[in-house]
Design a protein around this ligand. Structure first.
Ligand code: DGL
Length: 266
């Protein structure tokens, strides 16, 4: 357990995609300390079995709780839809998840057609199917699994010409189907915003859930009176199940400053 007055928020993802949520935390509630766990050794989750995703989520939450985290953020749509119910039933610490933003997309759509970019495991999960079924009668929902988006980000190729090509392949069919709202249903995809925007142009609005998720975190911290005082400068520390040097290189690039990463036993 971390010593000291301020307990951190624990944030995890299969890899580095959850840093998009961390960036929003740092800009909206900079007074909070963060402990980020990148499960690089087991990344990607999108093509793994439900059993494996649930087991990893449990292992990581256990680790974050042992470190004294006051609130956990499952900064991964794939882990949220597959394991958040189990996590909430097992742990008393508040747990905030990330789900594809179907509700705002359905409400905003003028054409009545919306697109969801996500991982294969998110799209085939029961929880996503349930969420989709609430809006299926009011809008047409097109889904697209985008496995290569995750590896582009993990390999820091998210700004490459290849990223643009792959974005075109994944997104064009959704635009041709009439989607005027495009949901980023995976936290890695925020880092591909330039490539996605270049394909979408003005044809659709891109929906990213990072800001609403952080507003929910802020609300929960405040309601439970476990928020840090405004004006403090929170620290961010990083852990990984993968190689610490490689992960530090990747995180430093996306975080915008040199960081150290602690390796845990997978
Ligand atoms: N960033 C994750 C998500 O939001 C998982 C990507 C993956 O590991 O496949 O779904």
């Amino acid at each position: 357990m971390i010593a000291g007055k301020h307990r951190p928020i624990g944030i995890f993802d299969s890899g580095i995609g959850g840093l998009s949520i961390c960036h929003a935390v740092k800009s909206i509630i900079p007074e909070e300390d963060v402990l980020y766990f990148a499960d690089v050794e087991f990344s990607p989750y999108g093509t793994k079995s439900t059993k494996m995703i649930v087991a990893r989520s449990e292992y990581i939450v256990n680790h974050l709780v042992e470190q004294g985290c006051k609130l956990i953020v499952v900064a991964c749509n794939t882990a949220t839809v597959n394991s958040i119910a189990m996590l909430r039933s097992k742990y008393s610490v508040p747990i905030v998840g990330v789900e594809p933003g179907i509700k705002p997309a359905a409400l905003n759509s003028k054409k009545g057609v919306i697109g969801v970019l996500a991982t294969e495991q998110t799209i085939k999960s029961d929880s996503f199917k349930r969420l989709k079924s609430i809006y299926d009668n009011s809008v047409q929902i097109e889904t697209k699994a985008c496995p290569e988006f995750v590896s582009l980000v993990e390999n820091l190729e998210h700004k490459s010409a290849l990223a643009l090509d792959i974005a075109e392949q994944y997104i064009r069919p959704l635009l041709l189907a009439g989607c005027d709202q495009l949901i980023l249903g995976c936290t890695h995809f925020s880092f591909l915003m330039d490539a996605i925007q270049a394909v979408v142009q003005k044809e659709a609005k891109i929906i990213d859930t990072a800001v609403p998720v952080v507003m929910e975190i802020k609300k929960q911290l405040f309601n439970r009176r476990i928020n840090n005082a405004v004006g403090l400068k929170g620290e961010t520390n990083f852990w990984t199940s993968g190689n610490s040097e490689n992960t530090a290189r990747t995180i430093s690039n996306l975080w915008g400053q040199e960081v150290k990463v602690i390796q845990t036993k997978p």
